[in-house]
Design a protein around this ligand. Structure first.
Ligand code: PMT
Length: 404
């Protein structure tokens, strides 16, 4: 199951060289569960064969004025009515101009005119074409239509060899934007802080104590909160992951750095989600020079780190706080104790001894423990777990204006 399960997405491909990158986009949307109906302009179909898209989506592709999927000739009405989202990638200067003018001279533009769903436009063209006052006037006009959102263009090297704005956004970015378009906006106006990943506690300039957290659970939460309309700050220990889209990310290393960063941001936030695996101990005196090996063992004097969640709970008017519990047996019991001891709204308990849960993997099995009891979720992707946590937590947020 994916987050786009069952959604009908019309992927419009107009005639820019970036059309070949729309193949990857079609694949990502389909892998996420969407039914993808590709509609190409004549020029788009000259650049990439419709058969490539047919193979990737498992559906016949419409080209030009269309007619393959609705023999009776009403495809634009059917698609305009049924689509959950229309994503035009690449959107050339010509297609943007036609949409802005309300033209309907091919299946893509007539579907857009006959639709009421959100529309994502991913412009791609030469820099001078993009900066042309006529294109910019069309872009301004399109920006006034509430359900139309422009994603990009990005800056960089263009197919013509020139540098500047005009590159189509990365397929992964467009995929995230599509997910965001189809998400509920129950966290709009809220400030959310998420922590993710491990911390590293230095023993000497070349060695540290850390753990197996990959950051995936926390990054999934940050991305999900952003999709649901929140202003999200992610505070991350060292990971190998790409920063989530539309999220401000700050990198930290040690538990002390994470505590400082969270302390700074938590005062201004409505919701704190602590998915990071923060070290409980740190060397009292890390060595300034590399520790040389000797004949005997190595003793290290450890001290406790600050418990970030517990410390925040002692503050006046703390934000709603969600902790995680990484357990290796009886996760619900242990989570209940943490809930009470740290005065949390929810503890997400995962049994990290299971092969498909906890550290490193893309899935998780969790119990959501609150003062009212515990809810066991089945095996799900971390994206799905993140969304379910946020669905529950959004209802617990006080119905007041977000803090300033
Ligand atoms: O990153 P992944 O590979 O996706 O793995 C996800 C995960 C297993 C790391 C995640 O699901 C998880 O369980 N995170 C919390 C791990 C942990 O440190 O659990 P804990 O039981 O030791 O801590 C309980 C809670 O207190 C946690 O929310 C933790 O962030 C917080 N804590 C811990 C220590 C500390 N000094 N300050 C804290 O606030």
């Amino acid at each position: 199951m994916g987050l786009l399960d069952g959604k009908l997405i019309v992927l419009g491909v107009s005639g820019g060289i970036a059309a070949y990158r729309a193949c990857e986009l079609a694949r990502l949307l389909g892998k996420d569960g969407a039914r993808v109906q590709v509609v190409m302009t004549e020029a788009g179909a000259e650049l990439v064969g419709p058969l490539s898209f047919q193979a990737l989506t498992g559906r016949p592709v419409e080209v030009g004025r269309g007619g393959v999927t609705a023999a009776a000739g009403m495809a634009h009405i059917d698609l305009g009515r049924d689509a959950d989202l229309i994503l035009v990638a690449p959107a050339t200067a010509n297609t943007l101009a036609k949409i802005a003018a309300g033209m309907a001279d091919n299946l893509l533009t007539s579907t857009i005119l006959a639709s009421t769903c959100p529309i994502l436009l991913a412009p791609a063209m030469n820099t001078r074409m993009w900066q042309n006052r006529l294109t910019q006037a069309n872009v301004s006009l399109l920006a006034q239509v509430e359900r139309m959102v422009m994603v990009g263009p990005a800056e960089g090297e263009l197919a013509c060899g020139e540098q500047g704005p005009g590159r189509m956004e990365e397929p992964t970015v467009l995929w995230q934007a599509a997910r965001a378009c189809l998400s509920p906006k129950d966290l709009a106006g809220r400030r959310v802080v998420v922590t993710a990943g491990p911390t590293r506690e230095r023993l000497d300039p070349v060695r540290f104590l850390s753990n197996r957290s990959s950051g995936k659970m926390g990054y999934a939460l940050a991305a999900a909160a952003a999709r649901r309309g929140a202003d999200v700050k992610l505070i991350s220990g060292p990971t190998a992951l790409d920063f989530p889209w539309a999220v401000r990310t700050e990198l930290v290393e040690s538990a002390a750095q994470m505590a400082r960063a969270v302390g700074r941001d938590a005062a201004k936030c409505d919701l704190l989600l602590m998915a990071a695996a923060v070290a409980d101990y740190t060397p009292r005196k890390p060595a300034k020079q590399k520790i040389k090996k000797g004949d005997g063992g190595l003793g290290v004097d450890w001290k406790r780190t600050q418990d970030i969640l517990a410390a925040l709970g002692r503050k006046k008017n703390p934000a709603l706080r969600v902790g995680f519990a990484a357990e290796t047996g009886h996760p619900v019991e242990a989570a209940g104790k943490k809930l009470r001891a740290k005065k949390l709204a929810m503890v997400v308990a995962n049994d990290v001894s299971l092969p498909d849960a906890g550290f490193g993997v893309d899935t998780n099995r969790v119990h959501l423990v609150t003062k009212d009891g515990s809810e066991e979720l089945p095996l799900l992707s971390k994206d799905e777990v993140a969304d379910l946590i946020l669905s529950r937590v959004a209802k617990m947020l006080p119905a007041r204006r977000a803090r300033r």
